[in-house]
Design a protein around this ligand. Structure first.
Ligand code: KIV
Ligand code: ZN
Length: 514
């Protein structure tokens, strides 16, 4: 089994995304979280790009102890000096130099001959070596470079002292088979040159055609022992290879790749959330590993299979990436098994098969009209059905909270909310103030339900367009060391916010009533 090193460039390539710029404190928070996640390298910025970036790289170098810290330099003395001056405080500093090897870079970007560019690279490495022992050389646009020139460059910079060779697919041009072969050839020649076995061979793939993860993994299969990537795959244009995909891809198919990382995978979700919120970049809902729906199952066939055995449709245990549990969302596509499971979890254990069939039909009628069925919807379907048959539900059956109405006042000085909630036959009204309208709304609801739930995450997204645009609110709350996730959709986002919280409370009530 080979150790595969993880180089995180969220704070450099990731931060190049328009609008994602971080201030020094935000960079520090992410760097410390990356250290907790267990990355081997942190590329903290591009020090010569601005004074702010220089200071941020320096602060990261001083703040973390375990990972190697680096910053990016072009192959010029001033850039290299700035990287050195900012990373020299790190326990393990590294200078990262980048210079193109493809014809377009050599001829069109630099307007020089290939020999001149190679010499520039060699000189840059030699100079960097006078400052630090560890120097990385990236052959920018390697996947579009002529192979023999690329190899001669690698050979020359290794002879000049480079300790890491990084092969970038800068514009996402590579395809897995071809990229794997490129890495195999470079690895073979590198391991057969003097001191070549001590050099780390790394890859850096972009996602322009959606192949960044595939190209990175095929590179590992062909001898690369380090991968450059970012959290949530953020980065220039379509982004970089996503750290969570590389790490979990290797973990799930460890035997195939014969490689492992030392990432603490349980920190993946937390890190993803921190990066997304500090950079203001939402994660696509169906994004592998870190998307909201990555572990949510809604189709009946899948829900049925999962409830029989999780292995049927789950290759990754959500808890392994720091998610408390898989989510079964009730929709028109949910099958009998998932609906029955939820009905029973509400305490309605004694339904005959025939009764359940009728409940299921009513569930389907409602599900055809609504996007998602909430706990209280299903609860009332069952309760009304039983009452229509003059059956009184079990005394211990959890009573479910239902929103009756609400009024929220948004104001700079005094945001407030009044909420009316029904629980069984009881109707309660509360008015509260808060830091903002949603805070006031949530304070009022929490007072009504009298449960010490704390809000961990609140996310709002638009799921349709035009005047009738629907807003989806997704929240995560903590109750007694357990996390609960819930969502609600409505044209009125305040109503969706209230419903989402009541859904969570209902889940907690149901779980604790049994
Ligand atoms: O995409 C690229 O080539 C880069 C280099 C600096 C490694 O980001
Ligand atoms: Zn890049």
């Amino acid at each position: 089994m080979n150790r595969i090193y993880i180089f995180d460039t969220t704070l450099r390539d990731g931060e190049q995304v328009p609008g994602a710029k971080l201030n020094l404190n935000e960079k520090l928070r992410i760097a410390k979280q990356l250290e907790l996640l267990g990355v081997d390298f942190i590329e903290a910025g591009f020090p010569s790009s601005s004074r702010g970036d220089f200071e941020a790289v320096k602060a990261v170098a001083q703040a973390v102890t375990k990972p190697v810290v680096t910053g990016l330099a072009r192959a010029v003395k001033d850039d290299i000096d700035q990287v050195y001056q900012s990373v020299k405080y790190a326990q393990k500093p590294l200078i990262h130099i980048v210079l193109g090897t493809s014809n377009v870079h050599v001829e069109q970007k630099f307007k020089k001959t290939p020999e001149q560019i190679m010499q520039m690279g060699v000189d840059a490495v030699k100079y960097a070596k006078t400052l630090l022992p560890d120097v990385q050389y990236s052959t920018e646009d390697a996947s579009r470079s002529e192979f023999e020139y690329l190899w001669q460059t690698v050979e020359a910079v290794v002879k000049a002292g480079a300790t890491v060779i990084n092969i970038p697919d800068t514009v996402g041009y590579a395809v897995p088979e071809e990229f794997g072969e490129l890495i195999r050839k470079i690895n073979y020649r590198l391991r057969n040159m003097e001191n070549g076995d001590k050099v780390m061979l790394s890859v850096h793939c972009h996602n322009d055609t959606g192949l960044a993860t595939a190209n990175s993994l095929i590179a590992v299969k062909n001898g690369a022992n380090r991968v450059e990537c970012t959290i949530n795959g953020i980065g220039e244009r379509a982004g970089n290879a996503a750290l969570e995909e590389i790490v979990m891809g290797l973990k799930v198919r460890e035997n195939y790749y014969q490689g492992y990382t030392e990432i603490d995978t349980k920190q993946i979700k937390n890190t993803s959330k921190m990066v997304s919120s500090l950079m203001g970049l939402d994660v696509q809902v169906n994004k592998a590993i870190t998307g909201d729906n990555a572990f949510a199952h809604s189709s009946g066939i899948h829900q049925d299979g999962l409830l029989k055995s999780r292995q049927v449709y789950e290759i990754i245990d959500p808890q392994d990436v720091g998610i408390e549990d898989m989510e079964l969302v009730l929709t028109a596509r949910s099958g009998r098994h998932a609906v029955k499971n939820t009905v029973e979890s509400m305490g309605f254990h004694d339904l005959s098969d025939d009764d359940f069939e009728q409940v299921h039909q009513k569930f389907l009628e409602l599900a055809d009209k609504k996007k998602e069925i909430y706990y209280h919807d299903l609860y009332y379907i069952v309760k009304n059905f039983l009452e229509s048959k003059e059956i009184v539900p079990d005394a211990h059956t959890a009573k479910i909270y239902e929103l009756v109405n609400y009024q929220v006042i948004s104001s700079d000085i005094f945001p407030s909310a009044s909420v009316k909630v029904k629980c069984g036959d009881e109707v309660v009204v509360k008015t509260s103030t808060g830091n903002g309208p949603v805070d006031a709304l949530y304070t009022a609801i929490k007072e009504i339900v009298n449960m010490p739930v704390s809000l961990l995450e609140y996310k709002i997204s638009s799921i349709s367009q035009g005047e009738e645009a629907m807003g989806r609110v997704r929240i995560q709350v903590k109750f007694e060391d357990k996390t609960y996730t819930s969502s609600a959709t409505d044209v009125d986002t305040i109503k969706a916010s209230a419903t989402a919280l009541l859904n969570c409370v209902n889940q907690i009530k149901i779980e604790n009533a049994n």
